[in-house]
Design a protein around this ligand. Sequence first.
Ligand code: ADP
Ligand code: F6P
Length: 324
Amino acid sequence: MQTRVAILTSGGDAPGMNAAIRAAARTGIARELEMFGVRHGYSGLIAGDFLRLGAREVGGIIDRGGTMLGTSRCPPFLTDEGQQTAVRQLAERAISGLIVIGGNGSQHGSLAMSERGVAVVGIASTIDNDLAGSEVTLGATTALDVALEAISRLRVTASAHGRVFLVEVMGRTCGYLALMAGIAGGAEAIVIPEAEQSPEEVATAIQEAYQRGKSHAIVVVAEGARHNADALARHFTEHAERLNFELRVTKLGHVQRGGSPGAFDRLSATLLGATAVERLCAGEHGILLGLAGTRVVTSTLREAVRAVKPLEPQWLHLAHVLSR
Ligand code: ADP
Ligand code: F6P
């Protein structure tokens, strides 16, 4: 039975992390647990940077992007020494349960802690949506909305000038955000790591769009594609005379991470945060909580971090058909 539980957020911040912290803290308090936050992810765990979370400490954050606890990329946690220190910091405070809200790398960390005897429950949260064990991860739908808002604005100016816009979106090595933003944003071409295209293939798609009567083109490019926005722009500039289209490049970058969580992310985060505490209380750990539709689904941390999450073939097919 857990009596003291700590919550940490790790890796890239994602809209909805705060809502999950709030729900976990208040569910724990309702169950008369002592709830703690760890500042700055695994860095704070190693440094022993804890704070007590009461109901008021987690007030006013449900609509805020980012994470009130702070987050980090923490190379020292990859070492034996770092992980031993993290385990010791929890033991010294008699904290026996840990909730880790984060993406793929962070859940590798959860697995490492779980294998060292800590009762860990992970919550799948990253804008990249690259974590098996959750159809969609916390933060991804809000990031997608931010990208769509930007694409709509870019289409206005692209159309006014008859230009081609390369819009690069985040996602690390995963093309989910680019694929979905491309489909929902009505892109003329989508470039993702899972279905690489050469710059000439992209140029052909743009030229064919113009031949079909389009006056401008939006190409959504995943940052992780081999031919990302810089590579494509280089090629198009080198062959500008032959290709004959006017090009502009916009990299959306971190702006995609900072949005206020939308309804789906707030509600999902609330459900996942509360469920994480319930599961710890029921003696379940070594697990990752994710979503299938609006339902919470559970996988072991080992399964979740080892599996590669594929993109749904139907979306890849639709992207091709609808770009016409
Ligand atoms: P995300 O969780 O968003 O994918 P990262 O990949 O940067 O972000 O991971 C966040 C942190 O998780 C890393 O800085 C590191 O401290 C920890 N981590 C990543 N991979 C591992 C691993 N294989 N084993 C243990 N900890 C890891
Ligand atoms: O994992 C989330 C993410 O935003 C990726 O899409 C991106 O590649 C990376 O984090 C950027 O990392 P940082 O914030 O450390 O620059």
